[in-house]
Structure formats: structure tokens, C-alpha cells
Design a protein around this ligand. Structure first.
Ligand code: HEC
Length: 480
């Protein structure tokens, strides 16, 4: 956000200083400049999923007038490729739906000419935001939390992470083929991850929910189920014992359907945990009450032969020492360890050690701002989707297969987390190397801001909390 505001200020200043010399040419350009009629289809296709009344973006782009008011900012943000938001770098493989997020050179120049020509309104017909047509098979089920929830950020922050328990009341094993979220307060629902709670996690989720009288629980890094209790057993599995992801969703998400022919298998009696990230940046009053719902499509497993997707986790150790020259009581690894035990219990604090073991690393190798881990594929896999996860100190994340990039996010933003499905699934085979590499910035100027002030730097370990870190690659795979 700070970068966004600064970029706009610079853009406005440049525009103002250039005005006097250019008045003649720009007047001439204006006569030929495109009007709203020409740019509206681009905004309709690539902006209004977020930029509409009640959408997550700060203004609507559905009318010529509102677009005109923001024309300079629009020209700048599109030229800098900050908008529309698309996090994967150009070195990532093609993903489904990316054409709806990346402006073509022709569209960019059209927007630039529209803005510099005075953002003329033309016929000014308003556009409506069309929903993406869904083609996945199955019965649609809307799942709503038992109660509305008032998101609030503690300690002067602007984010709240809340987990809601949803019960699909499945009496038979079924595949999820599509998942989307119907945000009730679209302006604050920033991203959502749906987890399948099965086995022991059903009991855990019910216990957490009961403790909150059915209102759900705070869950920053993950849903807070048994997965935090790492053991050598869970480290040996693809998912490291973590709950299966059903889907990740962000507003304006390009596709809600899982790849054609695939589904996530959920068992009779399973629960869905909906982790909602509320961003309260535009709602400082924190008065909004939200009861967002999840729309899932289910196909009974007995009636179909879909390919079951499962989660393959690729974590790397996080061992971030204090920046050079900083010395305080929280700069030792022991202090970070004691802090984790205090916050999450002895079980969670086993994770930093478990990760070194999983990644065959010595502590000295793992320490530093860049970390990576390689896992050897133990059977033929087809990789359909990929996601990366870090917290607030993350800068860059890369996931590769034998050195071939599957996902690279060169400018990590915690606020734009999404899962990406490949245009063409990628095959891996026994003995292949899957690697995740993360770069962090733990310097004094890049610390999480609490109560308007950056926290003092400290030694940071892998952990669930806002001020802890993670380096996690996530794949959606099927056995071949
Ligand atoms: C996926 C949702 C999404 C899409 C798609 C999107 N935007 Fe945005 N846009 C946002 C959000 C949210 C913000 C507020 C800044 C932030 O949180 O990063 C924003 C901010 C902006 C801003 C800066 C406003 C300000 O004052 O801070 C401009 C200009 C903008 N968008 C233009 C566009 C244009 C033009 C398109 C299409 C070509 C587009 N956006 C597509 C979500 C989106």
C-alpha cells in the first residue's frame, strides 16, 4: 500500500509538471483519444471483478465517471503492472486464467491514450461485472458459518484471520469439483483457504469450535488442527500430516473450478474449515459484521472416476538471525525457541528441528535470509496446481522441479496469495527433485508493523503467528 500511494504521488507530480509544454499536443491528441467506450471492455474483463461497488478494491470501475476520476492513477498502476495484480513472474509457466489478469501491450497503450486524452466518456454506458461461468459437474452446496463474525485486528494491526467450521453433512465420500466464496462484506474479505478436516482433525475442529461457542477461532498461519503437532511419521507423508487443501480463493480469483477431470476427495463425515483473512485497511472502524459463505460442488465418489488431487507440501527451515549490528535479548535462537514454546506449546516448537531433519540440513547451513529444501519424489506424480506461502518478511519464493520453475513470485505480497493451476499439468517421476527456495528480509525496516510501529528485529523461526515465518511450497498432485 505504501508503495502504491508513493507511485501515485510521483505519477501525479510528473503529470502536473509536464502539462504546460504539452498542452498543444495533448489537445490535438484528445480529439483522437479513445473514449470510455473503447476501454470499458478491458475494464469489464480485467478489473471489475474487484473494482465494483462492494468489491474489494477502493473504487468502482463500472462507470465512465468513476473511471475518469481515477484515470491518472489507472494509467500509472497499469503501466507499472501493479494492476491488475498478478504475482507470478514472467519466468513462471502459463497458468489457467492468467490472460484475464495480464494486460496486453495493446490494452496498456489503449488505457494510456484514454487517460492522457482526458478520459473522455463517449456514450458512457455502465458495465456490469460478469461472473465467471462455471462448468464443473456436481451438486452445488452453500455452506454458511453458524454465526456472523465481527473481524477485529488486535494490537493496532489491520488483519484478522478467522477459522469457521462448516459441515457439508456428507453421507457418502464425494469429490469437490469447484469452490468459491460468496463474501458478505466483500470490502474486507481478502483471501480464503478451505481445508478438509478428516479423522482426528474432525474432533480437533469441533473442540476448537465448541470452545468459541460456534463462533470459530483465530488462526493465522493454518487452521490450528493436529498438523502443528509434527512427528517423524507426519514428516514422511506428502502432506506432512497437514490437512488437505480444498481450494484457495482470493477476490477476483480467475477460476473456481478445479482442473477438468479432477476433484478433491472428502469423506463422509468430514468437515470443512474455512480460514478467512480479513483485511481491515479500508474499514478502520471495525464495525462490519461478516457471514461469508462457501459454495462447493460435490460429486459422489461412487458415481464418477475423477482423478483425486492431494496436497504435497514442500516446507523449508526458517532460521532468520537478527540483521548485522542489531543486538537485543531476542536475537538468540534460544529466545525464539522459548517464545514459540510459550505461544504454541512444546509440540509446535519441535517443527524447526523437524524441518532441518526433513531437509537434511545443519543449522549453520539453514541460517540466513535465503532458505531452501529439496524433497525427492517417491512415485510418478502429475502436478496440477502450485502455491507458495510465506508471512510478512517474505520477499521472493520459487518452486522448481529438477531446476525447472513451477512458480516464481519475485515480489511476494502476503495480501495476494493464490493457488495457480497450470495450463498443462506437469509430470514428475521417481527420483525427481522438488525444491522450494525463499528469500526473506529481516532488516529493521522490513518488520511487521504493530500499533503503527515496526517491531524490533529478532531471531525468527518457523511458526504459526503473524510475527513468525514460513517458507512453504504447496502442490496439488495426483498419482500417475
Ligand atoms: C483481484 C482484484 C483486483 C483487480 C482484478 C484489479 N484491481 Fe485494482 N486494486 C485492487 C485493490 C484491492 C486495490 C487497493 C490496493 C491494494 O490493496 O493493493 C486496488 C488499487 C488500484 C488502484 C490504486 C487505487 C488507490 O488509490 O490506491 C488503481 C489505479 C487500480 N487498482 C486500477 C485497476 C485497474 C485499471 C484494473 C484492471 C486493468 C485493476 N485495478 C484490477 C484490486 C484489484
Amino acid at each position: 500500500m505504501i508503495a502504491v500511494a508513493a507511485a501515485i504521488t510521483v505519477g501525479v507530480a510528473t503529470a502536473a509538471s509536464g502539462r504546460s509544454q504539452q498542452s498543444v499536443t495533448s489537445r490535438r491528441a484528445a480529439t483522437a483519444a479513445p473514449t470510455w467506450d473503447a476501454v470499458a471492455p478491458v475494464f469489464a474483463a480485467k478489473c471489475v471483478s474487484c473494482h465494483r461497488i462492494g468489491g474489494i478494491a477502493p473504487f468502482s470501475l463500472t462507470t465512465a465517471k468513476s473511471a475518469q476520476q481515477h484515470a491518472q492513477a489507472i494509467a500509472l498502476m497499469t503501466r507499472l503492472r501493479i494492476m491488475p495484480p498478478w504475482m507470478p513472474g514472467a519466468d513462471s509457466p502459463p497458468f489457467q486464467g492468467q490472460a484475464r489478469r495480464i494486460l496486453t501491450p495493446g490494452e496498456l497503450s489503449l488505457i494510456a491514450r484514454w487517460a492522457s486524452g482526458g478520459a473522455r466518456v463517449g456514450h458512457a454506458r455502465a458495465i456490469s461485472s460478469q461472473a465467471t461461468p462455471e462448468t464443473a459437474p456436481g451438486r452445488s452446496v452453500t455452506l454458511r458459518p453458524a454465526h456472523a463474525y465481527r473481524p477485529h485486528a488486535s494490537g493496532g494491526g489491520t488483519d484478522d484471520y478467522h477459522c469457521f467450521l462448516l459441515d457439508p453433512k456428507l453421507t457418502q465420500n464425494s469429490y469437490v469439483t469447484s469452490a468459491s466464496i460468496e463474501p458478505q462484506q466483500a470490502g474486507i474479505v481478502h483471501h480464503v483457504i478451505l481445508f478438509d478436516a478428516t479423522g482426528q482433525n474432525v474432533a480437533d475442529a469441533r473442540a476448537l469450535d465448541a470452545k468459541s461457542h460456534g463462533r470459530g477461532w483465530t488462526c493465522f498461519g493454518g487452521p490450528g488442527l493436529s498438523e502443528t503437532k509434527a512427528s517423524t511419521d507426519t514428516l514422511a507423508s506428502d502432506s506432512l500430516g497437514a490437512p488437505q487443501w480444498i481450494s484457495a480463493w482470493v477476490p477476483g480469483h480467475v477460476t473456481n473450478d478445479l482442473p477438468a477431470g479432477t476433484g478433491v476427495l472428502v469423506h463422509a463425515g468430514d468437515l470443512v474449515v474455512m480460514q478467512v483473512h480479513y483485511n481491515l485497511l479500508h474499514d478502520r472502524s471495525q464495525k462490519a459484521v461478516d457471514r461469508s459463505s462457501a459454495l462447493l460442488r460435490f460429486v459422489p465418489a461412487a458415481t464418477t472416476s475423477l482423478i483425486p488431487l492431494s496436497t504435497y507440501l514442500l516446507p523449508a527451515p526458517v532460521e532468520l538471525p537478527c540483521p548485522p549490528g542489531v543486538h537485543n535479548g531476542n536475537c538468540t535462537r534460544q529466545a525464539a525457541f522459548d517464545d514459540e514454546v510459550k505461544k504454541y506449546g512444546a509440540d509446535a516448537a519441535v517443527l524447526p528441528i523437524g524441518l532441518l531433519y526433513l531437509c537434511h540440513e545443519q543449522l549453520a547451513q539453514a541460517q540466513g535470509s535465503t532458505t531452501s529444501c529439496t524433497r525427492t519424489v517417491d512415485r510418478p506424480l502429475r502436478i496440477y496446481g502450485v502455491a507458495g506461502h510465506m508471512h510478512l518478511r517474505g520477499v521472493d519464493i520459487r518452486i522448481d522441479l529438477n531446476g525447472r520453475t513451477l512458480l516464481h513470485i519475485p515480489h511476494w505480497s502476503f495480501h495476494w496469495q493464490d493457488a495457480y493451476y497450470f495450463d498443462r499439468p506437469v509430470d514428475a517421476t521417481t527420483g525427481d527433485s522438488l525444491r522450494v527456495t525463499c528469500r526473506f528480509d529481516n532488516s529493521a525496516t522490513h518488520q511487521p508493523v504493530v500499533n503503527g510501529k515496526p517491531l524490533p528485529p529478532r531471531y525468527v523461526l518457523w511458526g504459526e503467528g503473524t510475527t513468525d515465518e514460513m517458507c512453504l511450497g504447496l502442490l496439488q498432485v495426483a498419482s500417475r
